[in-house]
Design a binder for this molecule. Structure first.
Ligand code: ADP
Length: 491
């Protein structure tokens, strides 16, 4: 196995930072226990990096950008490194899926789906690296003006814990395709596959120092990295509060950021919709990954004449849902940790206290270990659109239903939160599909579907408090680079 096993301690696997191509511990030797959410048992540990470790990683990325071969590596070669990384992810797919599931509690089926999407990111950005180019601009007589797309330099990537493999891949794919170097700080609860991918990137030919990983706590290593003067650009996916803190740190240095900060995404079901086609998609959009998905479809708006029918269909499906250990591969796994589980439970208890009706609860599998962080899915309806459960991101398997009267009402409700990430629209009326798609304030709109196919090619990001900047697709390559304009006065 890889260098992550270079030190084995009594309590389990001791993973290392990867800085300048070397597996090294935090200078202080401090470590963080890694707990499997399915049983609450410690099975590994990661370095608790401090300032010296972050300094070292940023310096390695700086050197690799300023002096190393990466800055002179042609785009086609950078692309080939990513394509080889895709192949290595495929080769190690079983190991990576198992590690991701054990680290995050997600069903192994989801772990495997994440590996497939991860490969696709490296494939996509591997192919795209040499296909992004600048313009020539008609300008004054006697001049030629052109633009180049240039890398920012050292990019800091702060990665969340819900889809570590996938979110890392969209950051690494786009950043390296454009010629940046990277320091990545994965989430303290889900760092293991990030370390493995960084090792595989070395094997794929990415030079040492180009892709560095420092693990650690958000308020320590994360804050140190986002405030570091040696960083040129920050990309972050996570909670709104942490996003604000990272932007404040970036503002001190006037550096650019990409922020993907979650949502309260609606699905609008009109009376003419194909309800049978919609029902499984509506359930999956909130249950996938235990609802711990930025783009989870957490609100379903239903036109009044079909409200009872859709609510009944959803309730039947919710009652059959079961949560269990990742290797049991049920509908959903445990939530990430006790804090997340308790947060979700507190929001559900508050909604119940406020008198909002629970239409159905799923169950926790009887064989699930008592120490795991399980939460039985909950379906609420009809919900007052002003209620906390209707406005705040739960980040758990909790779905809220709302009746609406007409198209105007549906759009008002859909736009009636602080967020604007994704929207689903279910109707057979083509003109309405276009009208609603244009009037909802969200970064993606799906008509008669939701989140189809992983969407690696599809630009993704928020309106309003869901963030700014775009990831995925070719658009991410623009976020990961800056335009340089060159003007020749040749007379
Ligand atoms: P959660 O609250 O669900 O853990 P966060 O948005 O805080 O979600 O975490 C996403 C990522 O941000 C993780 O890698 C985490 O370590 C990191 N992080 C948390 N707090 C900070 C901070 N103050 N500065 C930089 N990164 C942080």
């Amino acid at each position: 196995m890889g260098t992550h096993l270079s030190r084995t301690v009594a309590e389990g696997l001791a993973f290392m930072n990867l800085i300048d191509g070397k597996a090294i511990d935090a200078l202080s030797g401090a470590r963080i226990d890694v707990v499997c959410p399915s049983d609450g048992v410690v099975f590994a540990s990661i370095p608790a990096s401090g300032q010296a470790d972050v300094d070292r990683a940023v310096q390695a990325a700086r050197n690799a950008f300023d002096e190393g071969p990466w800055g002179r590596t042609p785009a086609v070669e950078r692309g080939r490194c990513l394509t080889r990384l895709c192949q290595l992810v495929e080769k190690h797919g079983t190991e990576l899926a198992a590690l991701e599931s054990r680290d995050t509690g997600k069903p192994v089926r989801q772990g495997r789906a994440d590996v497939v999407a991860t490969m696709r990111y490296y494939e996509f950005y591997g192919g795209a690296a040499d296909k992004i180019h600048g313009d020539t601009i008609p300008f004054l007589d006697g001049y030629t003006a052109l633009t180049l797309r240039e890398p920012h330099g050292v990019v800091a990537g702060i990665i969340p814990w819900n889809y570590p493999l996938q979110i890392l891949a969209r950051v690494v794919g786009a950043a390296l395709a454009m010629g940046n170097t990277l320091v990545v700080k994965p989430a303290e609860d889900a760092s293991l596959t990030t370390i493995r991918i960084a090792e595989l990137a070395l094997e794929a030919g990415v030079p040492p120092g180009v892709f560095n990983v420092t693990t650690g706590y958000g308020r320590e290593a994360g804050a140190m990295l986002s405030a570091h003067p040696g960083v040129d650009y920050v990309t972050f996916t996570g909670s709104v509060g942490t996003g604000t803190a990272i932007q404040q740190a970036a503002a001190v240095h006037n550096r650019g950021v990409t922020m993907e900060l979650g949502g309260k995404s609606p699905q609008i079901v009109f009376a003419d919709a194909d309800i049978e086609a919609a029902l499984p998609v509506l359930v999956n959009a909130i249950i996938q990954n235990g609802g711990q998905t930025c783009s989870a479809g957490s609100r379903v708006l239903i036109e009044r004449p079909i409200y009872e029918e859709v609510a009944t269909g959803l309730a039947e499906r919710f009652a059959r849902l079961a949560a269990g250990p990742h290797d049991a591969d049920l509908d959903l796994g445990a939530l990430l940790n006790a804090r997340q589980r308790d947060r979700v439970a507190a929001m559900v208890a508050e909604a119940e206290r406020a008198g909002i009706r629970v239409l159905a609860r799923g169950s926790i599998d009887k064989a699930a270990p008592a120490g795991g962080f399980y939460f039985a899915p909950a379906l609420f309806g009809a919900v007052d659109p002003g209620a906390a459960i209707a406005q705040q991101e739960v980040f758990g398997p909790v779905l809220t239903l709302f009746p609406f009267e007409d198209e105007q009402d549906a759009i008002r409700l859909a736009n009636g939160t602080d967020y604007g990430l994704v929207c689903g629209v279910w109707t057979k009326d083509g003109a309405r599909q276009h009208r609603v798609a244009k009037r909802v304030r969200s970064g993606q709109v799906f008509i008669n579907g939701y989140g189809a196919g992983g969407g690696i090619e599809l630009p993704f990001g928020g309106f309003k408090r869901s963030g700014h900047g775009r990831e995925k697709g070719l658009e991410a390559l623009y976020d990961m680079s800056a335009t340089k304009t060159i003007v020749f006065n040749h007379g």
